[in-house]
Write a protein that binds this ligand. Structure first.
Ligand SMILES: NC(=O)c1ccc[n+]([C@@H]2O[C@H](COP(=O)([O-])OP(=O)(O)OC[C@H]3O[C@@H](n4cnc5c(N)ncnc54)[C@H](OP(=O)(O)O)[C@@H]3O)[C@@H](O)[C@H]2O)c1
Length: 284
């Protein structure tokens, strides 16, 4: 019999996971947000649950409580939960933050609850009606919490990735670097094309085949997929880029130079003349 899930926080992640778990047969209990209206909207999206505008006794009827509030509200939610009458030794509480660990749930751990975190390594710009299969979830926490988290991930068709509390900041830095900054990078490229005279409406679409093939190649071959003037040791082209970028707001050149330096440090480990010349231009 699947464990009953109560949700504290039901925005983009809470609604997506709540709906996906409901569709896999998990009973949904209380769905708590800060405003009854958003809780009601969330239960409609999930297709089940009792909407509540604050943490109350109904939450403690859930066997597993999923805290999907914003990061800064997790500790506050843990304190509110710890104030409820319940046998916490039978409960599992998991939050969905990537950056924070189960330490945020200490008041519940002290009452005997199993505590952990279950972070989908996936972007949610809005609640998703269908969670794709194959999403990786970072899992951290005590043994009992990690076991329940693993079972939930497998039920969701995902892949569990076990972490320690100490590993979470770097794990989340990786997620933020790729999810947030990859988009910023592609957007900067789109804007550069527009500066080069491509109509803005066409610029984004024009880059997409390049973006997709680059990612596909990286998925297949790793760093062997690296292409471009730095790989070829073409200092003259690099110089033209740097001169052209001077005409644009500073952050274009800063991003270009920072990423070029990282690429040279990572992939051009030789001490040849071409590498030296590239390094010299990037230090100017
Ligand atoms: N978005 C992503 O791409 C993503 C990906 C992976 C993990 N995460 C993590 O998942 C968590 C939730 O993120 P999100 O993007 O889903 O946030 P969100 O869309 O902003 O939703 C936050 C939810 O928490 C509720 N809430 C806030 N404070 C509360 C409190 N004290 N008590 C009860 N409910 C409270 C909000 O209620 P109201 O609507 O009433 O304000 C809202 O339902 C965060 O830890 C985040 O780091 C996010």
């Amino acid at each position: 019999m699947p464990t009953t899930i109560a949700l504290v926080g039901a925005g983009r992640v809470g609604q997506t996971l709540g709906r996906a778990l409901r569709r896999r047969g998990y009973p949904i209990g209380a769905v708590v947000t800060r405003h009854l209206s958003t809780a009601r909207a969330a239960t409609r999206f999930i297709g089940a649950g009792q909407a509540r505008g604050s943490v109350g006794a109904e939450v403690a009827r859930g066997d597993t409580i999923l805290v999907a509030t914003s990061d800064r509200a997790i500790a506050q939610a843990a304190h509110a939960l710890a104030g409820l009458e319940a046998d916490w030794r039978k409960k599992v509480v998991l939050h969905t933050s990537g950056a924070l660990s189960s330490h945020e749930l200490i008041p519940l751990e002290e009452l005997g609850a199993a505590v952990g975190s279950l972070h989908p390594l996936y972007p949610f710009p809005r609640p998703l009606r269908q969670l794709p299969r194959g999403v990786v979830f970072g899992i951290e926490g005590d043994r009992r919490a990690a076991k329940v988290a693993r079972a939930l991930v497998l039920a969701l068709g995902g892949h569990p990735l076990e972490l320690s509390a100490e590993e979470k900041p770097l794990y989340h830095a990786a997620a933020a670097l790729v999810a947030g900054h990859l988009m910023t990078l592609v957007d900067l490229g789109t804007r550069l094309l527009a500066h080069a005279g491509v109509p803005p409406a066409r610029a984004r679409a024009a880059l997409m085949p390049l973006v997709r093939e680059t990612l596909e190649s990286y998925a297949r071959w790793g760093p062997q997929a690296w292409t471009g003037p730095l790989r070829r040791g073409d200092a003259e082209t690099l110089w033209h880029h740097l001169v052209g970028l001077k005409a644009l707001p500073r952050h274009y050149r800063e991003v270009y130079v920072a990423l070029a330096r990282a690429a040279v440090a990572l992939y051009r480990t030789d001490r040849g003349q071409a590498t030296k010349e590239l390094r010299r231009l990037l230090e100017m």
